[in-house]
Design a binder for this molecule. Structure first.
Ligand code: F6P
Length: 535
């Protein structure tokens, strides 16, 4: 890492300010790649040839492409949970067979895909209906984290192509206002609820599933006509006695946050968009997987993005990375990548349990541009700096409205900003007379371009971030597939929950076993009053 310290010192010198680098001859040509169906431009990152050379060597030393290959071959790469991580098999159209513990994984995946295909067609044709024989017009996805975020991203991205007369709703939070606002919008007789949970024990999902079942019964409907499930083989929900219109398997070899290309995304997206579009989305993801697996490091878009992210994090010391899609349909991408990246890479030990001597992962956040510009870009330009992923779509879905304002269409205006913002962050602007109007610049970003909002391109984008995430983890030697960090809070909530339940049963129950701060909050909740907060 001594070598990276030297590189960082060099890149911190004035002559390597981005304002200078961006004007170097062939900067765009030399520091951008086209692959996996997208353009990845890193010409405005704080790197030069030498930095990139060292990063490629690091990728080689850490055998990150070999580790990616091991992952796609079904080796046990999730060591702490003794599991494979085969999300890439969920969209593998190469025809190869992957066997795990004697089971043909590819055949199992195909079986589930065929079941989803048949089920979604039956719902669309009206062959499958609710209790009263009415066609389904609403689908409510009950699930949280990886059992919802990726699906929401894809559904929003392809919303304009949803032509199956189905409205999709997401019930993720246990907040009763979430359940109630959805239940006010739907017609019980035409609603299909899909309970999605790999473990089928997640408290929020189980509480919402119970609300849904009671709601269905309250309307004199039968849950077995209105509920479908997606869960791991062998989970408590994988039970033939559970009343359900249909039940689909996901597998323990696909992690929740990597599961949108499995039945987790397949069932709701197949219903919302049609199975054919879901399959096109899978094909795009497969194309990016192949690119990540086979392209040389120098032309491998997710690998380069991962290595630059490691550089920004560990050598240049940035703490956060923003994702700013200049496309409102991609507005749910940052939230999905937040879980994908931060749950995967926010770790403190290596796969073999040694405490890391550097930070893994960065804080991910984002909003669509141009909205983000009118929100937090003040800080981006003049406050603390953070790298940005700008994402552009060359052709918008709606291209009929070509009215011009100030001589340009809305889409061109959007692109004027997409082009200007990374440049402004990079170059800055000196104002010797007015410090408030001085822009320091030298703020790094990448720009990622996709041709349009086709299902294939959404699949490519998803798989790009999945590959980037695991490549980074492979550099650090951490396990991107476990998430023990979410457990402590859940355990504490469970203790508080059992105290609440006791109080519900016995109004005289006192929260003596809890700490003073927890007790103060519990007293506030149970007295439904803020008086205790008064000084
Ligand atoms: O919060 C942790 C987590 O386990 C995520 O990793 C997962 O995506 C989410 O909860 C939901 O889990 P499940 O699909 O088992 O309900």
């Amino acid at each position: 890492m001594e070598q990276f310290k030297k590189h960082a010192d060099r890149m911190n010198r004035d002559e390597n300010h981005l304002a200078t680098l961006v004007h170097r001859e062939n900067r765009f040509k030399d520091f951008s790649v086209q692959g996996g169906g997208m353009i990845y431009d890193y010409s405005r990152q704080r790197v030069d040839r030498e930095v990139m050379q060292s990063l490629f060597e690091l990728a080689e030393t850490r055998r990150i492409r070999q580790q990616f290959q091991d992952m796609t071959d079904g080796q046990i790469v999730n060591l702490t949970e003794n599991r494979a991580a085969l999300h890439t098999a969920a969209r593998d159209f190469s025809g190869r067979t992957i066997t795990l513990n004697g089971t043909d994984v590819t055949a199992e995946i195909r079986r589930v895909q065929d079941e989803i295909n048949t089920f979604t067609r039956q719902v669309h044709s009206g062959a499958l209906t609710g209790t009263t024989g009415k066609r389904f017009e609403h689908v409510v996805v009950i699930g949280i984290g990886g059992s919802y975020l990726g699906t929401e991203f894809v559904a929003k991205a392809l919303e304009a192509q949803a032509d199956k007369n189905i409205s999709l709703h997401f019930l993720s939070n246990v907040d009763i206002d979430c359940f109630s606002s959805i239940s006010e919008k739907i017609d019980p007789e035409t609603t299909l609820w899909i309970v999605i949970s790999k473990s089928y024990t997640t408290t929020e999902t189980m509480a919402n599933a119970a609300q849904a079942e009671a709601f269905i019964r309250r309307h004199n409907l039968d849950p077995k006509d209105h509920v479908a499930t997606v869960t791991a083989k062998g989970s408590p929900g994988d039970d033939p006695d559970t009343p359900a219109l249909a039940a689909f398997h996901m597998f323990d070899f696909i992690g929740g946050r990597f599961s949108v290309t499995s039945a987790v995304g397949g069932v709701p997206l197949g219903l919302y968009l049609g199975y054919d579009r879901f399959e096109r989305f899978l094909k795009g993801a497969h194309e990016m997987d192949q690119h990540a697996l086979t392209a040389d490091p120098e032309t491998n878009a997710p690998l380069i993005a991962a290595m630059i992210s490691v550089w920004n994090n560990n050598a240049l010391g940035y703490e956060a990375n923003a994702i700013i899609p200049y496309s409102t349909p991609l507005s749910k991408l940052p939230a999905h990548i937040q879980q994908l990246y931060m749950e995967s890479n926010g770790k403190r030990v290596t796969s073999d349990g040694r405490v890391l001597d550097k930070q893994s992962g960065m804080i991910v956040f984002g909003e669509p541009g141009t909205n983000a510009q009118h929100s937090f870009f003040q800080l981006a330009h003049q406050g603390r700096s953070f790298p940005v992923d700008f994402i552009g779509v060359i052709n918008p879905h709606y291209d009929a409205d070509t009215l011009k304002s100030k001589g340009v269409t809305n889409h061109q205006e959007l692109w004027a900003n997409l082009i200007a913002q990374p440049q402004a962050l990079a170059t800055g602007k000196t104002d010797p007379d007015d410090p408030a109007r001085h822009f320091p610049g030298n703020r790094p970003s990448s720009t990622l371009l996709i041709h349009d909002l086709s299902p294939e391109n959404i699949g490519r984008l998803l798989a790009f971030y999945e590959a980037k995430t695991v490549f980074e983890a492979f550099v650090w030697g951490i396990n991107p597939f476990d998430q023990f960090g979410v457990e402590l809070g859940k355990t504490m909530a469970s203790e508080i929950r059992s105290n609440m339940a006791k109080k519900n049963d016995d109004p005289d129950y006192r929260f003596d076993g809890m700490g003073p701060i927890e007790t103060a909050y519990l007293d506030i909740l149970f007295s439904k009053s803020s008086k205790r907060m008064a000084p």
